[in-house]
Design a protein around this ligand. Sequence first.
Ligand SMILES: [Zn+2]
Length: 390
Amino acid sequence: MPISKYLPTFAAQKRNQMRKLILLFLSVAILPSCSAKGGSSSSSDMYPNADSGIVDDNATDSLTILFAGDMMQHDNQIRTAAVAGGFDYSDCFAFVKDQVEAADIAIANLEVTLGGKPYAGFPRFSAPDEYAKAIQDAGFDVLTTTNNHCCDTGSRGLGRTLQVLDSLGIPSLGTYRNADDRAGRYPLMVEKNGFRLALLAYTYATNGLPVPQPYVVNLIDTVQIKQDIERAKAMNPDVIIAFMHWGIEYSLTPSNTQRWQAEWLLSHGVDHVIGSHPHVVQPIELRDSSHLVVWSLGNFISNMTKGTTYGGLMVTLKLTKKQQKTAVNDASYSLIWTSRPAVSGHRTHRVYPIDVPDSLLNIKERSMRDVFSRTARNLFNKYNKVVKEQ
Ligand SMILES: [Zn+2]
C-alpha cells in the first residue's frame, strides 16, 4: 500500500468542498399529528409537501452510508490543537478523510457541546467551534447530538451547539431548541442518490443533568419512539435508521437492555440500528440480509486509553434500489484508532486506519494498534454475523 494514500492533499480538500456543494438534499416534512400507519392514504396524499421541490439529478441505484462513533474532545485534545488565534485540527482526520469522503453520506456522534469558552474536556465537554469544522472537513455530513454529554454546558451549550452546526450547514438530530423545533425537523429526512433516509436518534440519559427548558433531548422512551417511527414511516422513506446511545461503558458485548431495545426497534419498523457510547467496539450483525445492527461503534477520536478505547469502527452500509425496492447490497467494517501526542510525538491526535504503514508509526504506536486490532478482530470473528472487514 503506497504511503501516499495516507497523506492529506489539497486535492482532497478541494474534492470535499465540491462535494459539499452538491451533496445533500434535505427536506423537512411538516407533519400532522396523526399517524399514517396502516392507513389507506398514500404518504404523498397526506404530506403533499414532502416531495415538492426536491429534484435529485444524481439519482442512481446505489447509496453508501458510513457510520462512525463517538467524537470525543478531552482536555488534552483541546490543549494540543491550540495554535495562535484558534485551534488547528487539520492533522486529526487527515489519514481517514479519503475513506470518509468516499461514502455518499457519513454520519457520526458529536459527544461534546459547542458551548463556547471556557473550553473544557471531561466531565463537562465544551469544544471549540473549530472542532466541528474539522469534523465537517473530514467528510462527515450529518451528526447526532443526543448523548449523555449533550447537557454538559446547560442551555448555553444546547443552543450554541445547534447554532454552530446550523452555521456550518451540518444537519443534526437528537437535540432541539424546543418542541416546535423538534416537530419541524424530526425525524431527519436525508435525500441522496434518489434514496430517502429517515433518521432517528436517542440517548439513554444525560449524566443526571436536567434538560433545561424549553430544550428537548431525545431520550430512549418507547412510547415516544413509537410515535416517531410512525412519523418516519409517514415520510415515505426507503429506510429508517435509529442511532442509539446506549450500553455499558467498556463492555465488548451488548447488554440485555441493548438487545431488547434493538429487537423492539426492528419489530416496530426500524430497518437499521446503529449504537454508540460504550467507548469500545461491540459486534456487528446483518440479519436476514436486510437489517444492520451495530451494537457499538467505539470512539472515533478521543484521548482515552483504558482497554481499547483508543480504537473504533467505521461501518459501511451499501444500499441498492431496483424498481423502487431498496435492499442491502453489502455491509462491512474497517478499524480505526487514535494515536495521542504523548505517544507519537506529533502535535495533535491522529486517527489512523488500521493498515497505516508501519513506517509512519513508532514502536509504541505499533503495539497499541496491534493490541486493538487483535482484540477487535477476535471479537468480530467470534460474534459478527455476516459483516466482514473491508
Ligand atoms: Zn456517551
